[in-house]
Write a protein that binds this ligand. Structure first.
Ligand SMILES: NC(=O)c1ccc[n+]([C@@H]2O[C@H](COP(=O)([O-])OP(=O)(O)OC[C@H]3O[C@@H](n4cnc5c(N)ncnc54)[C@H](OP(=O)(O)O)[C@@H]3O)[C@@H](O)[C@H]2O)c1
Length: 201
């Protein structure tokens, strides 16, 4: 698949490396292809390219949001209409109000008709590249109301070594953002390699 990743920082670059290792074509959509972060991401993925967000999503099978939330408006403003397109949101925003909207719900409002799922947000970015080598598979929670988007996000998660888990509908995207607070607390004791896992009884 051709995967457009909007943002080439920790998350964008980390997912780009993992998706490329799984055989996908990666194009980064960024505000500045010459930025240090973008150049670092490109250096690690020989065949990846960087373009404007609008050019990056052209012809992409999947579009991944991995910018800082402050950049959502500016990034969306550069995109063509994404109705019917598969969009995965890997971002987190820690509002003062836990009941506030998730970045995924904001994208749903800004991208009418897009097929959206939340994924890849509940673990530190360092773990995307190492997921396949873990003794116990780390869970990757996927939330959303669109079955196609969830299936694609879960397939991608499995391809890079996670145990994909259906975490419910779009309303749970905020729950997944709040879970990161637990992950951060756990990482204090266990380090940033810590991950959630699901155990069946
Ligand atoms: N860090 C983690 O372990 C982790 C894990 C899961 C989810 N997340 C979430 O994922 C999101 C990205 O985090 P990150 O750690 O990847 O951040 P990051 O390393 O700072 O990268 C952020 C990306 O957003 C772009 N950006 C920042 N401000 C911008 C602006 N005003 N306009 C346009 N682009 C802008 C940056 O572009 P430039 O290169 O041009 O600055 C960069 O490509 C956050 O919501 C974060 O909470 C983080």
């Amino acid at each position: 698949m051709r995967i457009a990743i909007l943002g080439a920082g920790n998350v964008g670059g980390g997912l780009g490396r993992a998706f490329a290792a799984a055989g996908h074509d990666v194009v980064f959509g960024v505000r500045d292809p010459e930025s240090t972060k973008t150049q670092a991401a490109l250096a690690d993925i020989p065949d990846a390219v960087a373009a404007s967000p609008g050019d990056a999503v052209e012809g992409a099978d999947v579009i991944v949001f991995a910018v800082r939330p402050v950049a959502i408006n500016a990034t969306v403003a550069e995109l063509p209409p994404l109705g019917g397109r598969l969009v995965i949101d890997a971002m987190n925003r820690f509002d003062a109000e836990p009941g506030g909207h998730s970045t995924t719900q904001d994208l749903a409002a800004m991208l009418p008709g897009a097929k959206l799922a939340k994924a890849f947000n509940t673990i530190g970015f360092e773990n995307y590249a190492t997921a396949a080598g873990r003794a116990v598979r780390a869970a990757m929670f996927v939330a959303g109301d669109d079955a196609d988007a969830k299936r694609v996000a879960m397939d991608l998660a499995a391809q890079i070594g996670f145990q994909p888990e259906d975490a419910g509908g779009l309303a749970n995207a905020k729950v997944l953002e709040e879970m990161v607070k637990i992950w951060l607390a756990l990482s204090q004791a266990h380090g940033r390699g810590v991950a959630f896992a699901v155990s069946e009884g």
